[in-house]
Ligand binder design. Sequence first.
Ligand code: AMP
Length: 222
Amino acid sequence: MNIVVLGLPGAGKGTQSRRIALEKGLFYFEAGGFLRELAKDDSNLRETINSGKLIPDDQMSELVFNYLDGIKDKHKGILFDGYPRSVSQYNDLFKWISKKGKKIDLIFYFDLPVEEAVKRLSSRRICPVCGRVYNLITDPPKKDSLCDSCGVDLLQRDDDKEDIIRERFAKQKESILPLIKLLDKNDNFFRIDASQSIEDVYEDVVSIIEEHEQPYINQNKK
Ligand code: AMP
């Protein structure tokens, strides 16, 4: 099963996607994390990300498919978090996946009011050692601003500062909203209310996935 998770930054895509991919045996592809890793050795990429702009569509799709074509891990499909983020990227993914004889089974859009997302993002902190993501309001560390497991100071991503967050929103809304409009008519597109608790969002998403897994299970039983 291949799943796409869409949403503006701060909607909670990462938290849910990581957990669901693990539970469902899917390869977890997180576009932002993938790019930040590449950007360590690429100053142009670093500059684009830190300024809150998007990587141009052609370059983005090429980077993604080069990487995914090289993956050797065994998995039951891919969960795409943060890619595609525009109509053009969606069309690229659609072609790439169709060529492999597969399809995008489910698409979720995590819907969250902009002000709520800004509040969430500006209080996000990350452990530089284990990568655990905290939120100073909803999921704070036990002590000061130190990671519960590693004991090191938590960091704020450069692009999680408020002025950059607003720039990221402006750019991403411009490209993601036409995609949502296009997908809205599809049977495999589901809008999730991302302002709910983490557990309620999780249950909404998993119940939809399980409804759609059923035909595969029944086919295997025959
Ligand atoms: P994120 O961690 O998802 O907020 O992504 C961080 C940054 O990576 C974004 O602000 C963009 O600069 C870049 N990025 C992530 N995903 C994409 C994408 N699908 N297309 C273009 N740029 C992206």
